[in-house]
Design a protein around this ligand. Structure first.
Ligand code: UTP
Length: 306
């Protein structure tokens, strides 16, 4: 550990966005409750944080988002019923979604003014500690969790860190993009950041996805409430101001990232997780073959199931 930086024990989950790309599904249902496989997006994110050694989980929620905290509650009636029916596997799964007592902290973002503003809303909960930020709509399939990879790199390098991946140049306008200094193939030192650049003007194609480790000094810059790309208070603009004052690195994580904030990415993630599901994987493969016209239709059983 770089001696001047504390370990990361807190993670902020900004979950106050409107999820307009999934309307009308997200009219009442929080986007972060949409499931990939048998777990909602927020649980995937929480598990990744927990596996990275995070001990305090800070949710920035908004109107119509109470379901997110309830998902992690103990549900006595449900547990009793599963117990009475001898459903041991399901009991185990439900237990795996319970938050340890006293580890979930909630704050509100009154209006969805942008990711930077949502993170700023967590300032009192974060205090003077380094913290991770996890966007639950980025789901990462990896042998070792993305945040765990970042925490390990942070323990060597300290400072601030973002998870990055190369994207096709025509797509950089959807991301915060790095201006790169020294690059050892795994970590890159960051010279500058641009939010949603025009493809021709982007300093590179190395783009930030929804995982960050930040020092608390970011809050001073977020408090300026500067509106950036799209008229929103962007975290990228505040992060830029830390460059040169503290170490700032990008980590090329190992794994595949699915943009579950978009409908196509969400579908792709469900198929990818379905394919590696121990119960369903074979059937999912067959279904894909069938839908793409390369296999015979599945025979229906008498009950109508396949
Ligand atoms: P998105 O940029 O995907 O925005 O947010 P969104 O509102 O959720 O979805 P669309 O674009 O309307 O479909 C990325 C993450 O940041 C959170 C979201 O909840 C999501 O987890 N967020 C975004 C906030 O918490 N507050 C905001 O003001 C904006």
């Amino acid at each position: 550990m770089t001696s001047s930086f504390k370990p990361v024990r807190k993670a902020v989950f900004p979950v106050a966005g409107l999820g307009t790309r999934f309307l009308p599904a997200t009219k009442v249902l929080p986007k972060e409750m949409l499931p990939i496989g048998d777990r909602p997006l927020i649980q995937h994110a929480w598990e990744e944080a927990r596996d990275a050694g995070i001990e305090e989980f800070l949710f920035v929620t908004g109107r119509h988002k109470n379901m997110l905290e309830e998902h992690f509650d103990y549900q006595p009636e449900l547990m009793d019923t599963l117990e009475a029916r001898g459903k041991k596997d399901l009991l185990e799964k439900v237990r795996g979604s319970e938050m340890p007592a006293g580890k979930l902290f909630l704050t509100r973002q009154p209006r969805p003014l942008g990711l930077g503003h949502a993170v700023w809303c967590a300032r009192e909960l974060v205090g003077n500690d380094p913290f991770a930020v996890i966007l639950p709509d980025d789901v990462i399939m990896a042998p070792k969790g993305c945040l765990k990879q970042m925490v390990e790199a942070y323990n060597d390098l300290g400072g601030n860190m973002v998870a990055v991946m190369d994207v096709p140049r025509q797509d950089v306008a959807k991301y915060g993009v790095l201006d790169i200094g020294a690059d050892n193939g795994k970590t890159v030192s960051v010279k500058g950041l641009v939010e949603k650049p025009e493809p021709a003007k982007a300093p590179s194609t190395l783009s930030i996805i929804g995982r960050y480790i930040l020092q608390p000094e970011i809050f001073g810059h977020l408090a300026a409430f500067e509106k950036g790309a799209g008229g929103e208070i962007q975290i990228t603009d505040a992060m830029s101001k830390l460059i040169g004052k503290q170490p700032f690195h990008g980590l090329r994580f190992e794994g595949t990232r699915y943009d579950c904030g978009s409908r196509l990415g969400f579908l792709e993630a469900n198929i990818a997780f379905g394919l590696i599901d121990s119960e369903l994987g074979g059937d999912v493969r067959h279904m894909i073959d069938r839908l793409s016209g390369s296999a015979a239709p599945l025979k229906r059983s008498a009950k109508g199931s396949t």
